[in-house]
Design a protein around this ligand. Sequence first.
Ligand SMILES: [Zn+2]
Ligand SMILES: [Zn+2]
Length: 435
Amino acid sequence: MGQRLARRERERGGRLYHQQRAEEAVEKWNHSLTKLRDPRDRFQVSGDLCRALCELGKSREALEHAGHQCGLATEIGEPAMLAEAHLNMALCNVRSCEFSKAVSYCRSAMQHQPEGGAITGYLHLCLGDAFMGLSELQKAWSNYMRAHAMAHNLADRVLEVQVHASMSHIYSALNDHDSAIACCHAAQQLSEDVGKQRVPPEVAGAVTRFRRRLATIIARPYRKIGRYNEAMDYCEDAMKVALLHGDRPVQAECLFSFADIHRKRCDMERAQPRYESAYSIMTEIADRLGQSRVLGGLAKVAATTGQHDKAIELNEKALAIAQKIGNKMEMLRCHARLQVLYDVKGDATLTHRHESVLRQLCDEMDLFCGVCDDVMGSTPEKVEPLQCGHFIHGRCVQHLARSTLGRSGRPRPCPACRRHASQNPLQAPDVMALT
Ligand SMILES: [Zn+2]
Ligand SMILES: [Zn+2]
């Protein structure tokens, strides 16, 4: 096959991809990759393959292409290419729950890419997601804010939709479901606006692809506030499309959502097999955070049906996975469930052990409101982000306004930041620490 034909095949792959035919696109791109000789052509196709495979849940294969891109970028010696290759490495690592590795790749990509460059916004989004995976909420939020600013500056709708969805994860983690829903609705509105406008096919394609994932994200807060019918509707629609397009990650999330809704409705016979199907897809796509969450759901089923030993065993298994990937929020949830289970069993020693780990995790995650010092997210309520990325209770905002105005009338930094600063008097506010 000549080079021109191979390039045309790559373009055909692109068109298929924008039409939501990712599996066929991958086939075309794989074929053109065996023919293309120019390193820049090979770099582009590998990048296309990497992103498409990530979305299909094939993060291991995607990682190979990102690695190939790294090699080509080094060979060509162009910093912008190396930045893109490292961003793709980071994306694959977020997908396979290697969050610390993802942070490292994002940082090295930032060194090759000047702040304000075309992929900077996506780097901050990916870094935010990586920090979210490590339950470092303040750093995650700060990076989402930067990605959001970049999306606005560049009028990049695809990025903006994704940033809003990621922000909703933070609100969900902090038990502020109304704000989580508001973020998702903002993302939905944006994606509908894009659908009405004349946009390039790659933009329309990307937004359409993301919309089914967004449906699974919005279902989460709806489930939490008991609006099961709406959550079910969102996931049923998303599931149909995901089955049509071979989107395994969305299928897994939908099954997990269905299982949770059945469990909340006390229909354990329906919940159990759906959790099991979700678990097997999450194993297939290497989503260990998902596996841990599903095991948590199965543990709740066991606890509800009086199988306490089985519930303990499942929670221990979920905990081991959460520890391995370093997701403290999920670890906290496991310890909280184990504490209750051991309390029911009357084992005071283990109850206290889990309780003390819980307190330690809250400390490590900086989960205390800087104003009232209560744990954030222990009950559902409104929370507000501060400029530094710390969150406080919505009800504490008025007190903060009073306490942070210095004698000059100028606002002082947030109480949590002040406390950290006084603990470490040598540590100056460090912007790089947020990245
Ligand atoms: Zn508070
Ligand atoms: Zn702060």
